[in-house]
Design a protein. Structure first.
Length: 283
């Protein structure tokens, strides 16, 4: 049977990918952040996932404001690296697992999560930067990713966005689907977004470490309390794009009620974002 062996949750910022790909991770500005990624890479290496479910938000590469699914699941054999305006990152494309994707889609829809199915999907920095954080792979470092992937897209760009509680329940439904998959397979879930940040408007540059630290603590101690905070409060407390923390809640919902936190790191700031990273196993 398939087994959910662990979770990684992380922020994503395009400049983190650029720092990796241009070889400046040891510069004074970036070194503290990249040092914090080393234990996460060790964790993932030991976890050896056959498949990684990547819960992320497309930022306008494949989903634009005219057509926005609330939740989407990739079902492709391969996911291309998208060009977000500064050229595609020179990293290998991601290998999919269509059979597992269709299993997930069937089980999610049976549990009343009527997801959009993506048989073709290029991925943006939300996906690729997080994968590089977890698995290595700046441009030129690897020829092939050591895991197959299933992308799960959550809408964070066009109102109304799904509520935190709904995202947590999506995670629980994903877990049921993993547990029902008959093949022996190690599955990791990677939830990426946030932490506190706002990129536009009057509060551009806004970050709130108190909120982020409360969130990180309750990811372990009381995730249900995090689902009771309305999305609007996430946005007022953690900045508009702090709403991206809902992807962390999908990953947390998939894990057991009790988890062991293997690694946690918090760093202000990477570009205009408070950057958090955590690794969990089930208890
Ligand atoms: C930026 C982009 C993101 O998607 C994000 O989550 C944080 C920061 C940026 O462009 O700086
Ligand atoms: Fe983002």
């Amino acid at each position: 049977m398939a087994e959910l062996v662990g979770a990684v949750t992380t922020s994503h910022v395009p400049s983190i990918g650029i720092a990796m790909d241009t070889g400046i991770t040891q510069d004074l500005y970036w070194k503290p952040l990249f040092d914090s990624y080393l234990p996460a890479k060790e964790f993932v290496k030991k976890l050896k996932p056959d498949v990684t479910i990547v819960v992320y938000n497309d930022h306008g590469l494949e989903v634009f404001l005219d057509r926005v699914p609330t939740f989407g699941v990739g079902a492709a054999a391969e996911y291309a690296i998208g060009d977000e305006g500064w050229g595609p990152r020179r990293i290998p494309p991601f290998r999919g697992d269509p059979e597992f994707s269709w299993h997930l889609i069937e089980h999610l829809i049976a549990q009343e999560f009527d997801v959009t199915m993506f048989q073709e999907l290029a991925v943006d920095h939300g996906f690729s930067v997080s994968m590089s954080v977890a698995f290595g792979g700046p441009a030129g470092e690897i020829d092939e990713w050591p895991t197959r992937v299933v992308p799960i897209i959550v809408n964070t760009i066009q109102f109304p966005l799904p509520q935190p509680a709904r995202c947590f329940k999506l995670g629980q439904a994903i877990r049921k689907a993993i547990d029902a998959y008959p093949k022996d397979m190690r599955v990791m879930i990677l939830g990426t977004g946030g932490m506190s940040h706002q990129l536009q408007g009057e509060r551009a540059g806004f970050m709130k470490p108190e909120f982020d630290r409360m969130f990180l603590k309750n990811m372990v101690d009381d995730p249900v309390a995090l689902t009771k905070i309305p999305l609007g409060v996430y946005m007022s407390e953690a900045g508009h794009e702090g709403a991206e923390l809902i992807m962390w809640l999908v990953a947390r919902g998939a894990m057991n009620a009790k988890v062991h936190e293997v690694h946690r790191h918090y760093h202000v700031a990477a570009s205009l974002t408070a950057a958090g990273l955590a690794c969990y196993t089930n208890l």
